[in-house]
Design a protein around this ligand. Structure first.
Ligand code: PGA
Length: 255
């Protein structure tokens, strides 16, 4: 079975309204010219622009829209927060869960992320679950154990059926926004490790169908060599997703 190829642009906390609309318009137009089914182009704008983005992308099947976060409860008295069922009601496709910036700045731990995973899946959303080790862990060569624990504690309670809605993004923390990228060999090694771990916990058919994205300073100049690896099924792109030309160059690198 051929795995789904996905290139997702995580805009983080960037762009004002008109800039966001322009970027969405340009990417949607460019993605509409790609062969349908060749790659899924995911836009993850700030939450305030989700509605506009989803309306603009509706008629382009190559485009999917992701929220960058959701709350761990389905509703309630949580001023300022956004619930997964709200996202689902807007026909949002994905929610990113466990991004390293959420883990670091908002102290989201394994248990909380497990709750977010459950709430998002229960609402009918698909998830892009981020994992990845910080620099000191990589220097001690303990990255596999570290990432395995992230998966065990927040994802391995899921049923096999639920995995059809899961995409994993491996993002070594030391490569995010730093200009440093994992080498193609480092990316491939970790992606293969993640796939094996899922195969061991569930079954190999499920693991074979799982899309695993790489994230961390992916640029037009390094995307081709990263995407060329057998177990790399796409990318989660931050900085380079803020410009249509660089983002689309990365999207095209996977075709
Ligand atoms: P970056 O961010 O491409 O700017 O390194 C990736 C991410 O955080 O998803």
């Amino acid at each position: 079975m051929k795995r789904k190829k996905i290139v997702a642009g995580n805009w983080k906390m960037n762009k004002k309204l008109l800039e966001a609309m322009r970027l969405s318009t340009e990417v949607i137009r460019a993605a509409g010219k790609l062969a349908n089914g060749s790659v899924e182009v995911v836009l993850a704008p700030p939450a305030v622009y989700l509605h506009t983005t989803i309306s603009m992308g509706k008629r382009v099947p190559q485009i999917k829209v992701a929220a960058q976060n959701c709350h761990h409860e389905a509703s309630g008295a949580y001023t300022g927060e956004i619930a997964a069922p709200m996202l689902q009601s807007m026909e949002i496709d994905y929610v990113i869960i466990g991004h390293s910036e959420r883990r670091k700045y908002f102290h989201e731990d394994h248990a909380l992320l497990q709750q977010k995973v459950n709430t998002a899946l229960a609402a009918g959303l698909s998830i892009i679950f981020c994992c990845g080790e910080p620099l000191d862990v990589r220097e001690k060569e303990e990255q596999e154990q570290y990432v395995l624990q992230q998966l065990q504690e927040s994802l391995f309670h899921l049923s096999a059926d639920q995995w059809s809605k899961v995409v994993i993004a491996y993002e070594p923390v030391w490569a995010i926004g730093t200009g440093k990228t994992a080498s193609p060999a480092q990316a491939q090694a970790m992606h293969a490790f993640i796939r094996q771990a899922v195969a061991k916990q569930y079954e190999s058919k499920l693991a074979d169908q799982l899309s695993i994205l790489y994230g961390g300073s992916v640029k037009p100049s390094n995307a081709t060599e990263i995407f060329a690896n057998t177990d790399v099924d796409g990318g989660l792109i931050g900085g380079a997703a803020l410009d249509t030309d660089s983002f689309m160059a990365i999207v095209k690198a996977i075709l």
